[in-house]
Design a protein around this ligand. Structure first.
Ligand SMILES: [Cu+2]
Length: 308
């Protein structure tokens, strides 16, 4: 982890230098292909993809080190429950404020900032799985919650129903270090519109992502090198610090950034916030981030940690 954070800081510095602050294109872990601009809810959906930028490696070893990564064979993704303010964590902060990431002050709704958001509805938008094209895994199933909302997906390489590719990390350069590869797992998301009076420059949608490199009950024994879990806080099920970068380190959430095209810097000069955050509940992460045990098409047909 220590090595990794140094690596991340260097990357961020270079990105800021090169792109004038638009650093979203550079990811250390799982992330998103693009930032997106705000738009109306009736506008056609925005196409995007989760990026998988490296294979699994114990965070104790540090991914910036030359320790080898394992190939990624499956992915699970859980978005926040946009339909219920009661089932998500929402936050609001000023980007210049001294606040630890993941500990920004909470709010109960976005109704003052986002069109169609109410006391009950967090965001009037939805996501959908995009099959084909730029698709790392051949097998993909949407993750649907108890209320019928599409909350993410699981993609995997396997023998059934289709043998697909993995994110190859086992191919090495002559010095044994990893060849840099990125896997894309596409989806689309509906338009999100900021209110004219909002002083939010960005809405940051924090998404739980797990990159799986091992499968079956055996992988539980060596979880640290069989899964990378990207969530901002530990949960009842995902609590091994070696599988995630949140033990005495900066937290990491894969974050989809929505930019407010109509942000008014003059009108918002003295506003006490400029950034909104939304995160899935820990209960939802525990319910939906593990790979499902059912046979295809109900589930992936495989058993992955932590389904011991
Ligand atoms: Cu990483």
């Amino acid at each position: 982890m220590f090595e990794h954070n140094k690596h991340k800081k260097l990357i961020s510095f270079l990105a800021v230098a090169a792109l004038g602050g638009a650093a979203q294109g550079v990811h250390a872990h799982a992330g998103f292909k693009e930032q997106i601009d705000s738009g109306t809810s009736t506008q056609s959906a925005k196409w995007n993809a989760v990026t998988i930028t490296h294979g699994c490696n114990s965070n104790a070893g540090g991914e910036g080190s030359t320790a080898p990564h394992k190939d990624v064979i499956a992915l699970s993704v859980v978005f926040p429950d946009f339909t219920k303010t009661s089932n998500v964590v929402m936050r609001k902060s000023l980007s210049t404020a001294t606040v630890t990431a993941g500990e920004e002050p909470t709010v109960t709704s976005f109704e003052n900032d986002i069109v169609d958001s109410t006391a009950d509805v967090a965001l009037k938008t939805s996501i959908a799985l995009d099959m084909g094209g730029d698709q790392l895994f051949a097998n993909n199933l949407p993750t649907v919650d108890a209320s019928g909302n599409n909350r993410g997906w699981q993609g995997w390489n396997g023998n059934f129903p289709i043998k697909g590719p993995v994110l190859i990390e086992s191919a090495k350069k002559p010095d044994g270090s990893d060849i840099s590869t990125t896997g894309l797992s596409p989806f689309r998301i509906g338009g999100i519109q900021f209110k004219e009076t909002s002083c939010a420059k960005t809405l940051r949608i924090r998404v739980a992502v797990a990159d799986w490199c091992g499968k079956g009950n055996k992988s539980y024994k060596d979880a640290a090198s069989n899964v990378d879990v990207w969530i901002g806080s530990k949960t009842a099920l995902f609590n091994d610090p070696a599988t995630m970068p949140n033990e005495s380190q900066a937290i990491f959430w894969p974050t989809l950034t929505i930019n407010n095209k109509d942000y008014d810097a003059t009108a918002c000069a003295s506003a006490d916030y400029d950034t909104l955050f939304i995160e899935p509940s820990t209960a939802d992460i525990d319910a939906m981030l593990p790979m499902r045990k059912q046979k295809y098409p109900k589930g992936s047909g495989e058993k992955y940690w932590p389904t011991k």
